[in-house]
Design a protein around this ligand. Structure first.
Ligand code: MSP
Length: 524
């Protein structure tokens, strides 16, 4: 079986409902998966939820529920949101599922049997919201009056925890990891994140990573097969999902068809876990360099004003409220939201979220540019070409048509370059540049004048516009799947598949073919 392009999202904590930060990673990964499918070939998009650990245990206790009952209800909100946002995942893994629990225990037992784990005690600063131990240098500092340390990542208080447990050596693998990075310069993207990890590895890593928690303190975790007093540390548990879902230790054919992951899409808050702990875990399990993930892409944060969105700051934005209420007059509200997330900031940088910013994108790019083009082109095709694809054969392309035709034919290559770098905003920029060009073309060619002077030229111009719409619809699919399908429908292409290969064909439409029913995509 040929290997699929395998990409993953983080497993989101189910201690609370999903917010725009979660939806950002999810939409980006979905867009990349759809892009790869458009190109042809097998693609496998994995997502899911991280359901163990102290903070989930605490969240369940706060509403008087058993952890399992609590996570079973919260996971539904994630699944509903992914449905609303048209996320085309191939598998959804929950860390409480037996197929995952079994593999985590298998990995623990294997490391233990091979004497790769140590039993010792450790003393450190623990951040429960991040479920992570930090070194004193990594902490933001001391709040003098309270005498409290705060977490460098989320800004919340950390506690001093002294714990005995089972430890995986980190420093032992440090030289290997440094060498691996040297030979795999695209392992961490964007470059700034690569540099960050490279710099981190210039200092000695902590000697060990604690991969268990005492059961008497944290009850909600995967039992450690060789120690009744411990459960598995939630990050060790969660990271292993990328291989447990791929069939590691259970289904060799599936594992061969999926692993290694081509891209792990994550946010920059969890870079260290993915770029340091994860390859070290895989290395300790005995996976060779060729079986390491291809790329870890860490995107930026959505902020509200100057602040990162977070539950403790009370500035959480719920994507389903944005889609269902704020954009309720839009027939393609989920696509408007997807477009905004992918277009507004280059992937990798931070962005500021606001409803005004969504409205600006909706009005300027979608309604005035794309919607306007579709509407004008199709209404002229209806009026001047009897609602059918014009016959082009006898006319050919005139010099006035060439720049637009060339731009349309070269667009896929431009989008490909941007998508190679997960630069979604640049890809959309190129597509929208074609859309603007086509609108200017309508102005300069003035079909309404040609209707009075040259019937042949009029048909040629309309045919160019229909072809441009066809190409734009195909390339918009990964970003706005429903809008793309709607344009396709209006072109009368119904169930014909959209394929990247067809973007370099001209003409690609069949003369005489009836167009579909017209519809306004982005009503004002
Ligand atoms: N459960 C861990 C991940 C385990 S992966 C094996 C976790 N979960 S999380 O629910 O906190 O989600 C983290 C991810 O959500 C981030 O990495 C990022 O992808 C996304 N975001 C959460 N807040 C965000 C913003 N404010 N902005 C953008 N994305 C952020 O960490």
């Amino acid at each position: 079986m040929a290997k699929a392009f395998y990409l993953t999202t983080p497993l989101y904590y189910v201690n609370a409902s999903p917010h725009i930060g979660h939806s950002y990673t999810e939409v980006a990964a979905d867009c990349l998966a759809r892009w790869r499918r458009l190109k042809g070939g097998e693609v496998f998009l994995l997502t899911g939820t991280d359901e163990h650990g102290q903070k989930i245990e605490q969240a369940a206790a706060a509403v008087n529920q058993k952890p399992q009952e609590f996570v079973d209800s919260v996971v539904q909100r994630f699944k509903e949101l992914w449905k609303l946002l048209d996320i085309s995942y191939d598998d959804f893994i929950r860390t409480t599922e037996p197929r995952h629990v079994r593999i985590v225990q298998h990995c623990l037992a294997k490391l233990h049997d091979e004497q790769k784990l140590f039993h010792t005690a450790y003393d450190g600063w623990y951040c429960t919201p991040c479920e992570t131990f930090w070194t004193p240098e990594e902490l933001r500092g001391v709040k003098v009056e309270a005498g409290e340390m705060t977490c460098g990542t989320c800004g919340r208080g950390v506690e001093k925890v002294k714990e005995e447990g089972w430890y995986l050596p980190l420093r032992q693998h440090q030289d290997w990891l440094r060498g691996f990075l040297k030979h795999h310069p695209a392992f961490i993207r964007p470059q700034t994140r690569f540099n960050e990890i490279e710099a981190l590895l210039e200092q000695p890593l902590p000697e060990y990573l604690c991969i268990t928690r005492p059961r008497q303190r944290v009850g909600w975790g995967i039992p450690v097969p060789f120690s009744a007093q411990h459960v598995t540390y939630v990050w060790f548990d969660a990271l292993l999902n990328y291989i447990s879902a791929a069939g590691y230790g259970a289904d060799a054919a599936r594992f061969g068809a999926l692993w290694p992951a081509d891209v792990h899409v994550i946010g920059k808050d969890i870079l260290r876990h993915h770029a340091v702990y994860w390859p070290i875990i895989l290395h300790a399990l005995g996976l060779p360099d060729a079986q390491m993930p291809g790329m870890i892409f860490a995107h930026g944060w959505w902020k509200i004003g100057e602040q990162k969105m977070s539950k403790s700051l009370g500035n959480i934005v719920d994507p389903s409220v944005v889609v269902r209420q704020f954009l309720k007059h839009q027939p393609y509200a989920a696509d408007v939201y997807r477009y905004f997330l992918l277009r507004e900031v280059p992937f990798g940088q931070d962005g500021v979220f606001s409803e005004e910013a969504i409205l600006t994108r909706l009005n300027a790019d979608l309604a005035n540019d794309l919607g306007n083009l579709v509407n004008r082109a199709l209404s002229m095709l209806e009026r001047y070409a009897q609602g059918r694809v014009p016959a082009l054969a006898a006319v050919g392309c005139a010099v006035e048509d060439e720049p637009l035709r060339q731009e349309a034919l070269a667009l896929a290559e431009q989008v490909e370059r941007a998508m190679q770098a997960l630069n979604f905003s640049q890809a959309l920029d190129a597509i929208m540049a074609l859309v603007s060009h086509a609108n200017r073309y309508i102005e300069s060619q003035a079909p309404w004048q040609l209707a009075k002077t040259s019937a042949a030229r009029l048909q040629a111009v309309l045919s160019v516009l229909a072809e441009v719409l066809r190409i734009a619809a195909i390339l918009l699919e990964p970003f706005m799947p429903s809008v793309s399908a709607a344009i396709w429908e209006q072109l009368g292409l119904g169930t014909t598949p959209r394929r990247l290969a067809d973007t370099t064909r001209w003409p690609g439409l069949t003369p005489g073919q009836p167009l579909g029913k017209r519809d306004v995509l982005f009503p004002k």
